[in-house]
Design a binder for this molecule. Sequence first.
Ligand code: MG
Length: 177
Amino acid sequence: MEFQDKLLKIKAFALDIDGVITDGSVIVDSNGKPLRNFNERDGFALRMAATHDYPLAVITGGSLEQVRFRMTQYGVKAEDVYMHSSNKIVDFKRFCDKYGLQPDEVLYMGDDLPDLAVIMAAGVGVGPSDSCPEVLEAADYITPCEGGRGVVRHAIEMTMKAQGTWIFNVQRYGDMF
Ligand SMILES: [Mg+2]
């Protein structure tokens, strides 16, 4: 199937956190708590998708509740943030079942070995340009940017522009706050 046709089938977006919406680095504060840098333009793209009713999921091995909270501010439903995910394909299938989606109707973004099975199962598997070699090999699409430098923005904007839905509705955007 042509890449453009794969994009047109996408109805939902799912993503890993570290190395995708962040550059993969973690700062540990004096209490031992990890702090992460989120890319706010990526966050805006998630909000755009949310205002157009695309289901959104986060599937992360991380366990920090603050990450779940931040994702809800981008329009991801709290129950669709899968934390502590040691086998990501299981949580990916759970997300698909919940929304009645086929795996090929979901675009998934991930950068490392735990993401590989989902990248292969998803309709469009996306990796940042600094993904591990196995992801670079398996992904349908590699973004021109590295993790934390606009990967999520790039993938969502590309898909929504292909579908004609990349339209900023200030009213619906405002309703999310
Ligand atoms: Mg990662």
